[in-house]
Design a binder for this molecule. Structure first.
Ligand code: AMP
Ligand code: MG
Length: 348
């Protein structure tokens, strides 16, 4: 398939005319990759089973891993799901923005979109290009991250093109993703409380300020046990993983330096900005990647998938990275990085 690549920065009259064509591709059952504030999404008409099926095929995604539907306005959730007072509170506090909410689905969202579940995940993105595309399409857009299944989510048009050229009708280049990790996902329970299924930019602390009871699903930080059912089907699959092994280092800078000094081979080290100089002296043959300042979790989130993909192109024997803390946005980093590392943590 021929893939048309269009640029939507700046979002001027020319770009808007291109988005009108992209919206027609969606309405006609085609696939369009578009930028959001989290990562790039691979979009299709969420109300069409054949269109949604094309998403699974293009990504190589297992058909039981449901898609998030993207809407133009928070109140549109009521057209496709049964919303609740808890949803209204979340919508007022966090939408449009990087929060996905799981609600009981109406019949107009086909089972293919929902991975066979009775619930559906809904998000209202704040990115102006995503918003405009959904509005022009006139349908909700089902969109998982625009990577091949298993790889880190794409946060730049170049990374989307690496994975999706030839597999989709159109790619909209909106520049680098602002946040860089996928949305926070919460499920609204029957009693109005929340279960956090995937951490993201909206933190458990922020959610608790609006909805008092927020439970964090075990799979956010732990490996699923054999036979355990994932609350969010995506959690059971290998994800975010480069081709080579990744190890997370849990220790103080001095211990990390001594450990890395003794490593051999073609290695990459993702390190906090403050540690780069010391580590460069300790392991002169390693390639060092600046993860951002230790306290600047937003910079780390912005860079993580970009760095993993760039490092992956160099065919390293091993990639080392720090084990992040589990509070605030750190929890989202921790959740993605333990998966990228297949839970291999080195305690120092
Ligand atoms: P992606 O869009 O690639 O970030 O993946 C979407 C994530 O949302 C996957 O981990 C899915 O398992 C999860 N998800 C989507 N719909 C539901 C749902 N109805 N119930 C639970 N998890 C869901
Ligand atoms: Mg994904």
């Amino acid at each position: 398939m021929e893939t048309e690549i269009i640029r939507a920065i700046p979002l001027d009259a020319r770009a808007d005319a291109d988005l009108v064509r992209a919206a027609k591709v969606i309405r006609d059952g085609g696939l369009v990759v578009f930028p959001t504030e989290t990562v790039y999404g691979l979009g299709a008409d969420a109300t069409s089973a054949p269109a949604a099926a094309k998403i699974y095929a293009a990504k190589g995604r297992p058909s039981d891993n449901p898609l998030i539907i993207h809407i133009a306005k928070p109140e549109d959730a009521a057209l496709y799901t049964y919303t609740t007072p808890t949803y209204e509170k979340l919508a007022r506090a966090f939408m449009p923005g990087p929060l996905t909410v799981i609600l009981p689905s109406r019949e107009n969202i086909p089972k293919t979109t929902r991975g066979g579940l009775d619930t559906v995940a809904v998000r209202c993105p704040s990115h102006p290009v995503a918003h405009r595309l959904i509005e022009l399409s006139g349908v909700p857009i089902a969109a998982p991250s625009a990577n091949l299944s298993g790889s880190p989510s794409p946060t730049s048009a170049a990374h989307v093109i690496d994975d999706m050229r030839g597999r989709v009708d159109m790619i909209i280049d909106g520049g680098p993703s602002e946040f860089g990790l996928e949305s926070t996902i919460v499920k609204i329970e029957d009693d109005g409380s929340l279960t956090l299924l995937r951490p993201g930019r909206i933190t458990p602390e922020e959610l608790s300020a609006v909805i008092p009871t927020v439970r964090i699903a075990g799979a956010v930080t732990e490996q699923l046990k054999d036979g355990e059912v994932a609350l969010s089907p995506g959690m059971k699959y290998r994800h975010y993983a480069p081709k080579c092994p990744v190890f997370l280092l849990d220790g103080k800078t001095d211990a990390v330096r001594e450990y890395l000094k003794a490593r051999e081979g073609h290695i990459a080290v993702i390190a906090y900005s403050e540690d780069i100089t010391a580590l460069r002296t300790a392991c002169p043959d390693a390639d060092l990647y600046d993860f951002g300042a230790r306290a600047d979790e937003l910079s780390q989130a912005h860079r993580l998938f970009y760095l993993l993909r760039e490092a992956d192109k160099k065919n390293y024997d091993t990639i080392y990275a720090p084990l992040p803390p589990t509070d605030g946005v750190g929890l989202a980093l921790y959740n993605r990085m333990i998966r990228a590392a297949a839970h291999q943590i080195v305690k120092l």
